[in-house]
Design a protein around this ligand. Structure first.
Ligand SMILES: Nc1ncnc2c1ncn2[C@@H]1O[C@H](COP(=O)(O)OP(=O)(O)OP(=O)(O)O)[C@@H](O)[C@H]1O
Length: 424
């Protein structure tokens, strides 16, 4: 996995705009390359292989849509944000149908530009991660899982909003992907919005959502503005050609009572609800989930295969899993990484469960929330990395794996945070 900052290609024939965007992005530590016309853009695309392209919709030698199509044909994974001036906004909306992930209007607002770039890169990273996970059918033969899969088969083909209700880590994303695969827009995209990334522009929402599956995580945390917009879109039928799946960990009825959630929106969303049980209520699925995650992780990372003894599997069934399937997956990853023997036994499980950083609230207590973001982030990074080093007895290589970073990058990061691993 590369930990270098993503490379962004900026294509615009106006030098002022190119340079302004380059400065803004470089200030945020992105790597940037620029092109002033179609020809240069093609060259930069091949030579630099950017992760994201900011593409002007109109240039003297070629129109942006044709260039977008070319890029998408050569690399369907590439993220492209179109930039449009007044009068070309309809073309920009059109561009989302040809695979642009977003568009921004000129004159450019620095905040919107950075937000757009961040969101595009985040979505790309999520897509890559999802592909690595090879969106699987939910595993489990317990009565609850069998019933849930049957429900999905019945409801996936209807264009009605679906609400997924379940504690953190119970498989809401997993079932949302399954619904997408079984639904009417299986050939369309799976687009995830968090409450912060929800588009507040109705045209943009409709153009992104059409013929696709839209998954909104933590729906109870949507801003009042976003709730009103979503309600309006649903009432006016503008999201009809969309598979809309919303997920929540908290009761929406209670959110309504507190005045935090629109009652009208709740009735729009509550037609079909799937209740995802906590893992402690279907522990009979644990052995199958363990096999599944061991196979998945050893195949993905080349870690050696390790077997769980029967006693170890029983211990896993007796734990109450406050973090549900996510916690089980993390514990398995930790054991595969840290153990040396072929077999994983009860003692390894006890050690991994004790090291489980689930009660996150305690861990972030040391962060001063009055600090500017950059410094608060540094404080968090320090606490987080010290915790990883503690879990691995100061082994930087293993800590890097747990943190999903390259070892050399972690060394550099530790140095910049003033952490001396020899003193630990
Ligand atoms: N039944 C299942 N079969 C196989 N994998 C599963 C199952 N349930 C969950 N997973 C996997 O476990 C991990 C956590 O599940 P997921 O992200 O779907 O939970 P979530 O409820 O959406 O979490 P959050 O509340 O944090 O958003 C994912 O990698 C998911 O693919």
């Amino acid at each position: 996995m590369s930990t270098e900052k993503p490379l962004i290609l900026v294509v615009d024939d106006e030098p002022d705009i190119r340079h302004l965007i380059r400065d803004i992005l470089e200030d945020e530590a992105y790597r940037v390359t620029v092109a002033s016309n179609g020809e240069e853009a093609r060259e930069a695309f091949i030579n630099h292989q950017p992760q994201l392209i900011l593409l002007d919709i109109w240039m003297p030698d070629i129109d942006g849509i044709s260039l977008l199509k070319e890029f998408k044909q050569q690399n369907s994974q590439i993220s492209v944000i179109m930039m449009s001036g007044h009068g070309t906004i309809e073309t920009a909306v059109e561009a989302t149908r040809f695979g642009a992930c977003d568009f921004i209007e000129k004159p450019l607002s620095m905040a919107k530009l950075l937000r757009g770039v961040e969101m595009a890169l985040e979505n790309r990273a999520k897509q890559v991660a999802q592909q690595m996970e090879q969106a699987v059918d939910p595993v489990g033969k317990s009565a609850k899982m069998v019933q849930l899969r049957e429900q999905v088969e019945k409801i996936a083909g209807h264009d009605m909003p679906i609400l997924l209700f379940g504690e953190g880590g119970t498989g809401k994303h997993c079932f949302a992907h399954y619904l997408h695969q079984m639904g009417n827009y299986a050939n369309g995209k799976f687009i995830e919005f968090s409450p912060e990334s929800f588009p507040l522009d109705s045209e943009k929402l409709v153009s992104l959502a059409q013929q696709n599956c839209v998954y909104i995580n933590d729906i109870a945390l949507l801003s009042d503005e976003a709730q009103t917009l979503l309600r309006h879109m649903l009432e006016s039928g503008r999201l009809q050609q969309t598979q809309l799946i919303c997920a929540t960990q908290q009761s929406l009825e209670k959110a309504i009572q507190r005045g935090d959630f629109l009652e009208g929106l709740y009735y729009q969303l509550n037609t079909i609800t799937l209740m995802l049980p906590p893992l402690r209520e279907h522990v009979e699925d644990i052995p199958e989930l363990v096999h599944f995650f061991v196979d998945q992780q050893t195949a993905q990372s080349g870690m050696p295969y390790r077997r769980f003894t029967v006693a170890a599997q029983n211990r896993l069934r007796n734990y109450n899993w406050p973090g549900n399937v996510t916690e089980l997956k993390n514990v398995i990853q930790r054991m595969l990484l840290l153990g040396d023997e072929d077999d994983i036994d009860v003692e390894d499980i006890e050690a991994a469960l004790q090291a489980d950083p689930e009660p996150a609230a305690d861990d972030i207590e040391g962060i001063n929330l009055d600090l500017p973001l950059r410094e608060a982030r540094e404080q968090f990074e320090r606490i987080y990395l010290l915790q990883k080093l503690q879990e691995t007895n100061g082994n930087v290589g293993k800590a890097a794996k747990l943190a999903g970073m390259e070892r050399t990058h972690l060394y550099r990061k530790l140095r910049s945070l003033g952490i001396d691993t020899k003193q630990l």
